[in-house]
Design a protein around this ligand. Structure first.
Ligand SMILES: *Cc1c(COP(=O)(O)O)cnc(C)c1O
Length: 383
């Protein structure tokens, strides 16, 4: 290893997740792999190429930069859909490259029409409608105008999809709100059809909605967290299990993050470790220094709390996580020495550190912790 650490992606685990998703949703539903946020920290280039090998040919990204990253690897072999930002100056590249995109306000709609006229090529739209999340999406009052503009300019536009996004499908507490959104979305679809503007497909589900509300699967599901082998929340996992006879988790973590011990030292009872006084040795201790810190995405909130694996044993981070390194208690790992493997996320012998346990045991944080992992760390696909 020439770097501080390495991230490994398990193709076997990913293939299992894809197979599970495809069997769950059935042949008629397209699984769009959501790879925003550097593929949830997995590394967009490596991850999308692996996903393609595992049978994925539809990707959802947040912005044009990410769309370019996918195109760079997979060219025109896959469909790329931008769910968020398309700057006006990027619209031409987007249309020229058959990149599909969400349209949720009039200025983007007008820009799409303007550029498609200019280059004489149809823009491929997914009209996003507001159903109750109150983030992006056309409001109900604008829909008649949108419908008439799209119909008028239909020789420049290809209405590929009608879509929306739910406000917290991962929690039963939001059941009423999400249920209302589903009904609204259905009404809006009917409004389009009544006006002779039938979108080719409808889509609305993220991971959580696809399990909690199966009727939201429609023609395509936008799956982020579950393809990486994690549940959006414990509630979603429990809901999934309830319907199953065998109580086995079908998802497997794809990511592993590994480093090596940089140096080892002994510390006497009563000494403080690292900056300040947050950790005092209560016995004579052996400490391993690991060259990973918050600049690599290992959160400072894991100071005196994070767990790593060394020689198959769970070891605790002691003292604060620094910018480039941290200290770990290896008092009970006699053989621990410089160059030994340190697992930050992943498995070693019989133990595992999940992303969730790497935080404060709340699955909600999976998203945030994963996306914080530095883009500079090399990613490697292994079987
Ligand atoms: C991030 C995102 C998703 C995927 O969410 P997961 O919970 O990771 O499955 C789906 N749709 C939109 C619009 C998103 O922004």
């Amino acid at each position: 290893m020439h770097t501080n650490s390495i991230i490994e992606l398990s193709e076997t685990a990913y293939q299992k997740n894809v197979d599970f998703l495809k069997t769950t949703f059935g042949k008629k539903v397209i699984v769009s792999s959501v790879v925003k946020g550097n593929a949830y920290g997995h590394g967009i280039a490596e991850f999308t190429s692996m996903a393609y090998n595992c049978g994925i040919n539809h990707f959802s990204v947040f912005d044009v930069q990410e769309a370019k990253a996918v195109k760079e690897v997979l060219e025109d072999k896959v469909t790329v859909m931008v769910m968020g930002l398309v700057n006006d100056e990027d619209m031409q590249w987007v249309i020229e490259n058959n990149v599909e995109f969400f349209v949720f306000d009039k200025s983007r709609l007008n820009q799409a029409i303007k550029i498609s006229k200019k280059i004489n090529k149809k823009a491929i739209l997914h009209i996003e409608v507001e159903t109750g999340m109150n983030r992006t999406g056309f409001d109900k009052k604008d829909l008649n105008a949108v419908i008439s503009i799209v119909k008028k300019e239909i020789q420049h536009l290809y209405l590929k999809g009608l879509c929306t996004h739910y406000a917290g499908a991962e929690s039963v507490a939001n059941y009423y709100r999400v249920d209302n959104q589903i009904k609204k979305f259905e009404e809006i679809y009917e409004l389009f059809c009544k006006n002779d503007l039938k979108p080719e497909m409808r889509h609305s589900a993220c991971s959580a909605a696809s399990i909690m509300f199966p009727q939201t699967r429609m023609d395509l599901v936008r799956i982020g967290i579950m393809q990486y082998g994690m549940w959006p929340s414990p509630e979603v996992f429990v809901t999934y299990l309830q319907a199953k006879k065998n109580k086995i988790d079908p998802l497997q973590r794809v990511i592993s993050w590994k480093s090596k011990i940089m140096s080892v030292k002994n510390v006497k009872t009563g000494d403080f470790i690292g900056y300040g006084t947050s950790f005092m040795a209560k016995r004579n201790m052996k400490i391993a220094v690991v060259p990973i810190g918050y600049c690599h995405g290992y959160s400072r909130s894991l100071s005196n709390q994070g767990r790593v694996l060394i020689h198959g044993q769970r070891c605790t981070v002691v003292g604060s996580v620094n910018m480039n390194m941290m200290t770990v208690d290896v008092t009970d790992v006699d053989i621990a020495k410089k160059e030994d493997e340190v697992v930050l996320i992943g498995t070693q012998k019989t133990l595992a550190v999940s992303v969730a346990s790497f935080s404060d045991f709340s699955n909600q944080l999976n998203y945030e912790l994963l996306t914080r992992i530095s883009t500079a760390i090399p990613r490697k696909i292994k079987q």
